[in-house]
Design a protein around this ligand. Structure first.
Ligand SMILES: [Zn+2]
Length: 141
């Protein structure tokens, strides 16, 4: 049996700047030019004021851990060799949240023993199967 296909992001005109910037080593988020609300993922209107004037802004790379789950069975067969792995909600220092992974953990220790709420994180973009993906390393407290 051949290995499962690595899932690919659905990239459209709206999200293309996000994915292109990741490929160049930068994580971008959207900010409303009218009210200043910041968010991810890409939208065509501000979720704060519904305005259409939106800019892309580079994130500093600083973040904190909001929540996480540990998968002991792969959600997608392409990830079977990774279990157990975490899926985390991460809040950028600038406010937007995204679903990501905390990487660089000690495989000899329980994942949950290495993570805690509000844990400082640092962006660590990974390249997998030709796709740049935002992930995060634990940062010094
Ligand atoms: Zn707005």
């Amino acid at each position: 049996m051949s290995p499962a296909a690595f899932p690919r992001p659905d990239i459209d005109d709206l999200s293309a700047p996000y994915w292109e910037a990741l490929g160049k080593g930068h994580l971008l988020y959207q900010r409303c030019l009218s009210c200043g609300t910041a968010w991810l993922p890409a939208r065509s209107q501000c979720p704060g004021c519904l305005g259409p004037d939106i800019g892309w802004v580079p994130a500093s790379g600083g973040a904190k851990l909001i929540s996480w789950v540990v998968y002991h069975r792969a959600f997608n067969p392409a990830f079977e060799d990774r279990v157990p792995y975490n899926v985390a909600v991460v809040e950028l220092d600038e406010g937007p949240r995204l679903i990501s992974n905390v990487v660089g953990l000690d495989p000899e220790q329980e994942i949950c023993a290495q993570l805690h709420l509000d844990q400082p994180l640092r962006l660590a973009i990974r390249h997998e199967q030709g796709v740049a993906i935002p992930a995060f390393l634990r940062a010094p407290e």
